[in-house]
Design a protein around this ligand. Sequence first.
Ligand SMILES: Cc1ncc(COP(=O)(O)O)c(C=O)c1O
Length: 345
Amino acid sequence: MSKITDLRSDTVTLPSDGMREAMMRAKVGDDVYGEDPTVIELQRRVAELLGKEAGLFVPSGTMANQVSLRAHTEPGDEVILDAGGHSFNYESGATAALCGVQVRPITTETGVFTAAQLDEAVRPPAYYMPQSGLVIIENTNNYGGGTVWSVEQTLQVARRAHHHGLPVHLDGARLFNAQAATGVSVKEFAAPVDSASICLSKGLGAPVGSVVVGDRQFITKVHRFRKMFGGGMRQVGFLAAAGLYAIEHNVTRLVDDHKNAKRLAEGLAKLDGIELDINRVKTNMVFFKITRSGFDSHALLERMRKLGVLANPTGPMGIRLVTHLNVDKHDIDTAVSSIAEALNR
Ligand SMILES: Cc1ncc(COP(=O)(O)O)c(C=O)c1O
């Protein structure tokens, strides 16, 4: 077995030589004192790209969501989001442990909910009920299949949320994938919401980091919670430089990841023992269900691993594969052949 094709996530990407060069040359300072010029530039650049007043660099997408959530709500509030949402399911219970809020999940097929569903989830102002405090949408939606929330869907939900007096946070860990899939700018996607976060460490290929954006007052609040949650960092311009490089060099190429995801889906859809809806592949994620008897995701993943292909389970019979800048067309074709072999053993 030669190369491992790692399709577990777009977070597994390794920094390129150009990115490493940019990191090495970065001008740095103590960012807790607000003196790191590269961090300041990254924050300015991302805020500008998303059309918001200010930005704040944080170590992870999880912290980006949680400091935003904490800044928008008070303990005891309820946060309305998709039942498969990342901040609800994959952030170690931080909504409860760090923010003291509870979650009001909306069940969806693809991670996208409607204004009518939001209306149903909003609590009436009864003193004995939790109070709705925030709406979160995730674009692209990870466990909904890499789905894009269109600007129109975002607008409708944001209008309804604002009508109820609720702010909207956009978990845009993969917002640049939504841009690549539609040609609609990240600024247009972010316009209807009050705050947004983007990840530099996913499809954009940087080793670390996310940026939260919003108005100045919100970012001042988020700044305080970043420190409280342990995310104040010192000479972190080295990492911000990777982020700036990623924005400069790795945004337009995301369309290649989407083409590779389509190619992968088309290859896999032809295999017996797999159920896969190609029409649901919109960005860089491919989900399938195993229908072959005698198999489950654990068994298939183990066989795939032995043949050099890594992916993640999404349940007893489900598997997710994610394309990214360290896999090319050739790797995709090899992965399809290996998965076919794994299924036929
Ligand atoms: C939609 C979404 N939001 C947030 C995160 C959290 O990012 P991190 O792993 O940097 O904490 C992820 C991670 O995969 C994600 O998919």
